[in-house]
Unconditional design. Structure first.
Length: 198
């Protein structure tokens, strides 16, 4: 018998007021919801592989259902929505456990966009997302978002369980700017504990 909960929290007001959702067509919202539900039902709780083959299969299924969408648009939607679903479910699980901090983790390859490269390894909170493009002086309409929540973003949010999970000093994003912090200063400001002894 599975220990998986039969449902997950879904904040309809936040979803409907999201700038990303507002610009989606009804078909795109439907496709996103299918990905969200699929990730909830996966064997690994709230997980959707960022696997190119699987995303191609999802894109193919979407093309069959929505033939009026262009192939590249369908693939972009599949990649973006899979990453967003995974990121949002990670956020939901972390917030349920009162884990407020995360590390921005990129794919660390040549395709990482400059704004995300600048965010790699930065600590931030779920409720204070940065505008990576603005931080490095690039004009963008994307606004503020978390890892995995921008079009074609392959970054992931790595939940910070303890101050031992990262090396110090570390870059920390707070109130619109990135600051270099020592472990002591970070723990003083945030209350993030050290790892408990086994």
């Amino acid at each position: 018998m599975s220990n998986k909960a039969p449902a997950f929290q879904f904040y309809a007001g936040d979803f409907l007021s999201s700038p990303d959702v507002i610009v989606m067509s009804a078909q795109e919202v439907g496709a996103y919801c299918l990905l969200l539900f699929t990730s909830w039902q996966s064997e690994k709780r709230a997980y959707l592989d960022n696997d190119e083959d699987r995303l191609r299969r999802i894109a193919k299924a979407m093309r069959l259902r929505f033939p009026e969408l262009m192939t590249s648009r369908v693939q972009l939607i599949a990649r973006t929505q899979a990453a967003m679903a995974s990121s949002m479910l990670t956020q939901s699980r972390a917030e349920d456990l009162n884990l407020r901090w995360l590390e921005w983790d990129t794919s660390s390859d040549q395709r990482v966009r400059p704004s995300h490269r600048a965010m790699n390894g930065v600590l931030l909170t779920w409720n204070d997302p940065p505008s990576p493009e603005a931080l490095i002086g690039i004009k963008s309409s994307l606004g503020a978002y978390l890892p995995g929540q921008a079009p074609n973003c392959r970054c992931i949010p790595a939940v910070l369980l303890s101050a031992d999970d990262v090396t110090w000093p570390r870059k920390v994003y707070q109130a619109g700017a990135i600051h270099q912090m020592t472990r002591a200063k970070f723990q003083q400001l945030t209350g993030v504990p050290n790892r408990l002894a086994a």
